[in-house]
Design a protein around this ligand. Structure first.
Ligand code: F6R
Length: 242
């Protein structure tokens, strides 16, 4: 794993932008695996700024997202589709039909998971962007998800529900279930870029980089990826051996 430690969130976002824009400029038809959450917002802002100022085009780019809440429509302002449109997709020239995310309203969940696995195998990702949960989750793969798992529906842990409740008026409004790519899908990307910020991620980052490779810490599987870059700010990297 290649590790880049930055002094703060701004520098982390700039470094992440350099990695991402390199992929897009080298391949105008790139497939970008994207993530939601607070961590990538600075990166998305820089991609938008670059698109506006320098004209970098996403007209041939395809995007696939990690996860989506079950039961929320794309118009719901808490859905991940809505988040992606607001922070990135509606602000660049990517074609809406080239942006993929699980359908939170799918009635037949097994069929939806199979459909998404099919999308992922048709669109091999040039890069997959990830955040990390304080418990070491990646996408919505909570501790003890088997590494071979592909797209599936998960019941969110109390910890994740609590963390996500900051985006909702009331903790009771946070959906309890979500569709998510599995660890196997994530590992299939050619390159992985994981961003970690803040002291509350430090223990998970330490486990991911220096701990055993174990489903108890889902992100630890990334040690097995041939091209994985971790960009962490100083607080998130604070427990790493110097
Ligand atoms: C987002 C996702 C999650 C987040 C993680 C970190 O699509 O799948 O795994 O990356 O929960 O979230 P933030 O960035 O809000 O700390």
């Amino acid at each position: 794993m290649k590790i880049i430690i930055t002094k703060d969130y701004e520098e982390l976002s700039r470094k992440a932008f350099e990695v991402m824009i390199d992929v897009v400029r080298n391949n105008p038809n790139a497939v970008l695996g994207l993530a939601t959450g607070s961590t990538p917002i600075g990166l998305y802002d820089l991609m938008v700024e670059d698109h506006v100022k320098n004209g970098t085009s996403y007209a041939g780019v395809r995007t696939v997202n990690l996860d989506e809440y079950a039961g929320l429509s794309p118009q719901n302002d808490q859905s991940y589709r809505y988040f992606m449109k607001k922070h990135l997709l509606d602000r660049i020239d990517v074609l809406p039909e080239n942006t993929y995310i699980e359908n939170g309203l799918a009635k037949d969940e097994a069929a939806e998971c199979a459909r998404y696995n099919d999308v992922l195998s048709r669109l091999p990702r040039d890069i997959q962007l990830l955040g990390i949960g304080a418990n070491g989750h990646i996408a919505f793969n909570e501790p003890n998800t088997p590494f071979e798992t592909q797209t599936h529906v998960v019941a969110l842990t109390e910890n994740t529900i609590k963390m996500n409740s900051r985006f909702f008026k009331d903790e009771n409004e946070v959906p309890r279930r979500a569709f998510t790519m599995g660890p196997k899908n994530i590992m299939d990307a050619k390159k992985i870029l994981l961003l970690a910020t803040g002291a509350n991620k430090a223990e998970a980052v330490r486990g991911m980089v220096e701990g055993d490779i174990t489903p108890a810490l889902p992100a630890s599987i990334l040690q097995r990826h041939a091209d994985c870059i971790l960009i962490a700010d100083a607080p998130a990297a604070s427990l790493l051996k110097k």
